[in-house]
Structure formats: structure tokens, C-alpha cells
Design a protein around this ligand. Sequence first.
Ligand SMILES: Nc1ncnc2c1ncn2[C@@H]1O[C@H](COP(=O)(O)OP(=O)(O)OP(=O)(O)O)[C@@H](O)[C@H]1O
Length: 304
Amino acid sequence: MNAAIELGNLVKEYETPAGVIKALDHLDLTVPEGGIFGLLGPNGAGKSTTIEIAVGLRKPTSGTVNIFDKNPQTDSQWIHQRVSIQPQESTIFPQERVGEILSFWASLYENPRDVDQVAKWMGLDELLFRKVAKLSGGQQQRLNVGLSVIGRTKLAILDEPSTGLDVMARDDLWKVLRFLAKEGTTIVLSTHDLDEARVLCHEVAVIDHGRSVAQGSPEELIKKHARGTLISCRVSPDGISDLLSELRPFGEPEVADKTTISIRVNRTDPVIAVLSSNPAVSQLHMNEPSLYDAFVRLTGHDFE
Ligand SMILES: Nc1ncnc2c1ncn2[C@@H]1O[C@H](COP(=O)(O)OP(=O)(O)OP(=O)(O)O)[C@@H](O)[C@H]1O
């Protein structure tokens, strides 16, 4: 499979008055061509620095960068026509109208998409004559995403695209991203939202402290790194000791607050059978293995 982005042993150090900050610490990353790829990591993990170096906006301190086998530092014109990046702030043009900005952005590309089509995708078709300064936060965000896809580039890089969107707008955005991926655009999105990554991304890389600590499909990472399903229930105090004995063959049940028992298991059916036939048990809950749990197990800390 061809790679859209290949980063090898990347180091990035920022010199600051307070000292050197190592934002990337020998980071390796390969983004395959096609599909939706997620960069997952908490604040300060190094996602934006990675993206900025990949597209040539920043130079690495050391390491190699290839984007469609080109070097962003020397092939910038070639890359500009094939790679788009979501602007963080469309409010740099506060007095321009939505339609004007979309048209201007489209004019920077050789084979752009139709402005009306993109406006419709992003729910901006009724707002083409509105000044950017008058847009709500969510509308500005939709404009930012619209700008990143209007160039019909081979690769579109989006930074937290669903931030500030309501659930309906987010669902519409996901439809557009899936459509673009199906059409052949490679999409990279940086996100804090692990549920979004799970439903949308074909593959993800977990970035932590400037390194890529794991890469694979969300389901692969969950299978490999997350613990099993957490089953918990309420138990009347006189039933606790018998229930603990019944559960021990399946794992290590734990008691909390003297009335709650929880157990983590890979196979849920036998445990559910035990719990549902026990009259002392009520309020059964199941927490499926999650990308969040995989993240915590991979990094040893919370996703904060
Ligand atoms: N221009 C800069 N000058 C100095 N330090 C920087 C600069 N840009 C980023 N950093 C630092 O580098 C580290 C990585 O930051 P980066 O913005 O790449 O992370 P991120 O994963 O994108 O975070 P977020 O999700 O908050 O955007 C952080 O410690 C950050 O404070």
C-alpha cells in the first residue's frame, strides 16, 4: 500500500525563554493512502506539530518527512495542489462574505470543487452572503472544514473538525468525510474525541508525549490493548459472599460500597447467566471495552 505521509524518527524542539520544549520525540508515523486516519492524543501530545511538519509549515529539528514521496520543504508547489489543511481561523477575513472566501480559496487550486456544492455539504448554502464576523462559532468551524475540502486535494488534513458542532452538524460532517474518503481523498483528522475516532476512522495512531505509541484500526487497538467488558451490578448485602464465590471462576470480582460488585471479563455470556439467575442481584450494567481504555493502558495515564 502506498503511503500518503511517512514520518521517520522526527524530533522537534521549540526554543522558548523558559528552555527547550521537546514536542516530538523520535516520532514514526505512516499514514496509508485512502481512508480516514485519526491522530489521537491529549492536549500537548504533539499532533499539531506533527501535522505542521508533515505539510511543510514547520521544519523538524531532525528526522525525515515524505508526503506522497515528496519532500514538503523542496516540493511545496506540488504539495500545495494536492494537500489541504484546515485553517484554524477563518475570522482572519472577518469582513468578507462566506461565498467570497470559498470562491477565493477555490481559486488557489487547479481543479477545485464547486462552491455551491461545498456550501451545501457544510450547511452554509443559506449563508453565502453573510460576513464571516457574523457567523456563530459552529458556522465558522463548518466554513473552516469547507475550505479544507474545496481544493479537491488528494489529502485533506483536519484539526478537530467537529469541535463546536451540534450533533446534527457533526453527523452531516461525518457523512461528507465518508463520502470524500469513498471518492478517494485521504483524510487525516486530529481529534480528542475517541468515540468519533472509533466510528469514523479506518486507522488511528495514538500520540503521547511526542511519540506514536500505537497504530492500527480502532477495533484492533481495543482488542489488543483494552481490558475486557466491565460488568457491574447491585447486590443485597446478604447475597454478596455467595455471589463472589460464583463469580471467581470467571475473573476477579471486586466489591465497592458494600453493595456493588464488578468484574471484568472477555466472555460476558456465562457471567450474565450467573447474575441474571441470582435473586440478590439488581441493576446490571455493562461497559464494553473502549478506545479510551486502550489509550489508558497504552500510555499509563488518563486522556486529559
Ligand atoms: N510554537 C511553539 N513554541 C513553543 N512550544 C510549542 C509551540 N507549539 C507547540 N508547543 C509545545 O509543544 C508541545 C506539543 O504541542 P502541539 O500543539 O503539537 O500538541 P497537540 O497535540 O496538537 O495539542 P492540542 O491538542 O492542545 O492542540 C506542547 O508542549 C506545546 O506547548
